[in-house]
Design a protein around this ligand. Structure first.
Ligand SMILES: [Zn+2]
Length: 343
């Protein structure tokens, strides 16, 4: 009897905890890639303009605020020169975290105003920077790794703050696809998010896949979505309807048991298909199919033409091609086995 009572008590406690979690507000961290070149390229191929994407995002945020009175938003811009906060809900700001929370509906007017102001000033400063450097900044890719680091800091602050009880998650909106040089910092941020049990969703508005964001979404149980450019670009509300139908639900709406990282879903969301799990070379930044791995720090290299690991300065004893060494070892091992068998 005692065991049955204990089990019932546990079940009740579990139900109470899950209902508490169900009622928790969400904190959405939006990483907005403002790389002009990527958006221009995407628009040229039939996709939406950056303005249309921003309008869809703002309407999506309105819907997000309507889900829960305590929902908060952080918007981080990534550009070729770094990243910066465009907006953060008053409830998340250090000085106001103890005060009352502003309701989402009122907050939207503030977001509209602040985003417009910040993006105009940001585009001016980017233009002046690119003209000062006399280089074509449009050729550089956005520093998404820096934006991911800011998002990780925000997640850490939310989860370590006693008064901020909310579920953080990340949504990346980008038109860029190639970020090989930022592989290491991005993967570090992704693993820290995975440890913090934070979903990373990615909406890629491009005609090619972004393998790192595919990996990020797959590792953290988030959703990676790359809608067809022609379909999204042709009708004005298409991007918004994708965003609302795929990215609006929080973790407890998507999964039956959100804490156990189970894949049994309540919503039928797009599933990951053919995730490109290739790593990139730590020296050149290029994607690698088969490479050399440092036995000390696990750095990956496409070619091993050095004797000291560039990452950890460990000596590498490699005087012949790796394939030859392996073959010889196998032959030796096979010979030894034969010898054992004959004995
Ligand atoms: Zn090393």
């Amino acid at each position: 009897m005692s065991t049955k009572e204990e089990e019932e008590e546990r079940e009740e406690k579990g139900k109470q905890q899950s209902s508490e979690l169900d009622d928790l507000p969400s904190s959405l961290i939006v990483i907005l890639d403002l790389n002009q070149a990527s958006w221009t390229e995407s628009t040229a191929k039939g996709g939406p303009t950056v303005i249309e994407a921003l309008e869809s995002l703002l309407t999506f945020l309105r819907a997000f605020f309507m889900l829960h009175g305590g929902n908060t938003v952080t918007i981080i811009a990534a550009h070729p020169y770094g990243s910066e906060f465009l907006y953060q809900s008053p409830a998340l700001q250090r000085s106001k975290a103890h005060g009352h929370q502003q309701s989402g509906a009122l907050e939207m007017d503030e977001i509209d105003h602040r985003l417009h102001e910040k993006i105009v000033s940001l585009s001016k400063s980017l233009k002046s920077k690119s003209s000062q450097e006399n280089s074509d900044s449009s050729m550089k890719c956005s520093l998404l790794s820096s934006a991911f680091a800011l998002a990780a800091c925000t997640v850490n602050r939310i989860s370590s703050h006693k008064l901020l009880r909310m579920l953080p998650r990340v949504l990346v909106l980008t038109a860029s696809t190639e970020l090989p040089s930022q592989y290491i910092p991005i993967m570090n941020c992704i693993f820290s998010m995975q440890k913090a049990n934070v979903l990373i969703d990615a909406l890629v508005v491009s005609d090619g896949d972004c393998s790192f964001l595919q990996q990020a979404a797959d590792i953290t149980n988030g959703v990676y979505l790359r809608p067809e450019l022609s379909k999204v670009g042709s009708s004005p509300g298409a991007l918004l309807s994708w965003m609302i139908s795929v990215f609006l639900g929080d973790k407890h709406t998507r999964f039956l048991n959100a804490d156990s990282q189970s894949r049994s879903t309540l919503l039928r969301l797009p599933q990951a298909q053919d995730v490109d799990y290739r790593s990139s070379c730590f020296k050149t930044g290029q994607l690698v199919d088969v490479g050399f791995v440092c036995s000390v720090c696990l750095s990956i290299f496409a070619k091993c033409d050095f004797f000291i690991c560039p990452t950890c300065d460990s000596k590498i004893a490699l005087d012949r091609p790796a394939g030859a060494a392996v073959n010889k070892k196998r032959k030796v091992a096979a010979g030894a086995q034969k010898g054992d068998d004959t004995k």
